[in-house]
Design a binder for this molecule. Structure first.
Ligand SMILES: [Zn+2]
Length: 238
């Protein structure tokens, strides 16, 4: 069986989305990529989560051709593939219809950064895509969704903001692997809920000051990161 470790990781990421309450029925999917092999592992389409096993995870190439499986891949595969093709550092993608993040997507509004929880993970507002045109919806819908995501990141670094809201639909998140993509989906839902609560308490609430936003993001990410244990270890091996 190809890529057994990647299959295990993708399975665990899919189950984590369910465990965290982000996925109702089968409305969600996570994938991971082996850049070395140019192969993607993704949840099969419509299979109940309790029946998922590593063997049922579908392996495709970056063009969407199934390389190993008897099952069809998630119908959102073309969206995942477009993210992998355009954002070269992405190693995992997650998609859910989690309630608060999807509410922002349905409202067609980016999620402003009102606090340090958001700033720790996303170095700016979480963008929202432009609505798809009727031609895009009638055409290759899932691929066009991926293209709309990439257009929302023109001038925005996808490594610094690993999440997007697809207008009228729901969020996609990503990370260096499937585990991180699922983790970011959980954090996104949390900050989406807090942002909505913030505006409910004070409709005139202002986004976090740029300095505080950058301070929180940069102490966890990048060359000068110092939060937790990962950065000092990495620095000491250089
Ligand atoms: Zn969806």
């Amino acid at each position: 069986m190809l890529l057994s470790i990647l299959r295990e990781e993708v399975l665990a990421a899919n189950l984590e989305l369910v465990r965290q309450g982000l996925v109702l029925f089968t409305f969600g999917n996570a994938s991971g990529i082996s850049r070395k092999d140019g192969l993607v592992a993704i949840k099969p389409s419509g299979v109940p989560y309790e029946e998922l096993t590593p063997e049922k995870i579908v392996i495709t190439d970056l063009a969407g051709r199934v390389v190993e499986s008897n099952l069809r891949p998630s119908s959102d595969l073309p969206t995942h593939l477009e993210i992998y093709r355009r954002f070269p550092n992405v190693g995992g993608v997650a998609h859910t219809h989690s309630e608060s993040a999807s509410a922002w997507a349905q409202a067609g509004r980016p999620i402003p950064c009102f606090g340090t929880t958001h700033a720790d993970y996303f170095r700016g507002p979480v963008p929202v895509t432009a609505p798809l045109t009727p031609e895009q919806i009638e055409g290759d819908y899932e691929l066009e969704t991926g293209r709309a995501i990439c257009r929302a990141f023109v001038g925005v670094d996808p490594d610094a903001i690993p999440a997007v809201l697809v207008a009228g639909h729901a969020p996609f998140t990503w990370g260096s692997n499937a585990t991180e993509a699922a983790h970011n989906a959980v954090v996104l839902e949390f900050v989406a809920r807090m942002a909505a609560d913030t505006l409910r308490i004070n409709p005139h609430a202002q986004p976090l000051a740029r300095e505080l936003h950058d301070k929180h993001f940069l102490r966890k990410h990048g060359a000068k990161a110092y939060y937790g244990q990962v950065a000092p270890l990495r620095a000491s091996t250089k």
